[in-house]
Ligand binder design. Structure first.
Ligand code: GRF
Length: 222
């Protein structure tokens, strides 16, 4: 029996990735304890489910601070009070300063709705469509000071279909986000996944040169 890893989750909105994490915990598939869910937006719908489950939910509203630095200082103090072993950005839509990210070096994961390193940043799905791509997907990566630029851990791919618009493509990608985020968190909680001192990912003690790929219908990556 693994001691559950203490985790803090940051969200900004709907919270479907957080729900996927909560579902995996409820199913006994994820040995983590959610110590707190923190939103930078007071109206985030994603705060509702954890609150119903009796989890600690907190708002640190970025709009209430004069600078990013002031916001992140309060955010960091709030997070650290829960002593997380892992911080998960699950649809957290603020850019984080290098000082903040460095404080949690090797213990922040993010989910991004593209096949990184392609299409970092916002408005991903429309940019994929505009570029005429035949394929898109989702990536879990370690967070480093470079936005959406940290080493990728796990990806799932989806086809771009004729007639897709950004909404349809986003929906198809989101299904995959819900598969790969809990999986990567589980690997981390089990001690299988690390960011080493040189900035490289190790998986089961060996260098992970490429992100692992979770194929449709597979329970484990190839
Ligand atoms: C997801 O597509 C995530 O990858 C992106 O924002 C969306 C958040 O969705 N960064 P949700 O709040 O988890 O439902």
């Amino acid at each position: 029996m693994i001691t559950p890893l203490p985790v803090v989750v940051l969200i900004s909105g709907r919270g479907s990735n957080l729900e996927a994490i909560l579902d995996a915990i409820a199913d006994g598939e994820l040995p983590v304890e959610i110590r707190a869910v923190i939103s930078n937006r007071p109206d985030a719908a994603g705060l509702q489910r954890p609150a119903l489950l009796g989890l600690r939910t907190i708002v640190v509203n970025h709009a209430c601070y004069a600078s990013r630095c002031a916001f992140e200082s309060v955010l960091q103090t709030t997070i650290d009070a829960f002593e997380p072993g892992l911080l998960v950005l699950a649809g957290f839509m603020r850019i984080l300063a290098p000082e903040f990210v460095t404080h949690y070096r090797g213990r922040i994961l993010n989910i991004h709705p593209s096949l990184l390193p392609e299409f970092p940043g916002l408005n991903t799905h429309q940019r994929v469509l505009d570029a005429g791509k035949r394929e898109s997907g989702a990536t879990v990566h370690f967070v480093t000071p470079e936005m959406d630029g940290g080493p990728a851990i796990l990806q799932a791919r989806v086809p771009v279909l004729a007639g897709d618009d950004a909404t349809l493509l986003a929906r198809r990608v989101l299904e995959q986000e819900h598969r790969i985020l809990p999986m990567a968190i589980r690997w981390y909680a089990e001690g299988r996944l690390r960011l080493d001192a040189t900035g490289h990912v190790t998986f089961d003690g060996a260098p992970l040169e490429q992100p692992r790929i979770l194929l449709p219908g597979a329970r484990e990556p190839s």
